[in-house]
Design a binder for this molecule. Sequence first.
Ligand SMILES: [Fe+2]
Ligand SMILES: [Fe+2]
Length: 201
Amino acid sequence: MDLNARNIAVATIKQEHRSLARVLQTLQALLNRVESSYGSPEFGLLSAALYYIDDFQERCHHPKEDEYLFKALRAATVEFNGELDAFEAGHMSSVHAVSQLHRYLVHYQGGSATGLDLLKAGVDTYAAQMMEHMRQEEALLELCADVIGESEWARIAAAFDENDDPLFGSNRREEFGRLYHRLALLAPRKLKAALHPDKGQ
Ligand SMILES: [Fe+2]
Ligand SMILES: [Fe+2]
């Protein structure tokens, strides 16, 4: 067993989960601030955060899980097919949920009286679902570590290595660079520490 390839693959997947969690937490914090009348709506930031979720998670992270991790696990055993079916269904419903959040944001920005409530409820529901989805995936990663063979872990690691998170990765894309700095500026203290671990609290 090539523990290095496996460890690299698992670490990359978990890092992508942490990136999504950070953006979800920030979305919730921003909407809570507005609901509590502590600030004006940050439409540009809300839009950029949803764009990141759509661009990176829906078009990159989830498809790579489907195409490489889940396929390799299905080829190795039928033991986890039930869980994998549920994860793949979760990926499909996530695409629709993000589209719905975009629509709620447009309604909110357009002045709809229920816009904030719908967006906030939608984000809270989506965030809870995704946090549970990622928790269950990481639990499965522990269980399947020795089930998937060395060469398959290497393929999975290589596939995820190509992802290069456009917000938190080493080659931050220009449009997400602005989002990164806005996240750092507006994030709660705990999140700031996660974004800038070298600077402490
Ligand atoms: Fe997933
Ligand atoms: Fe995932």
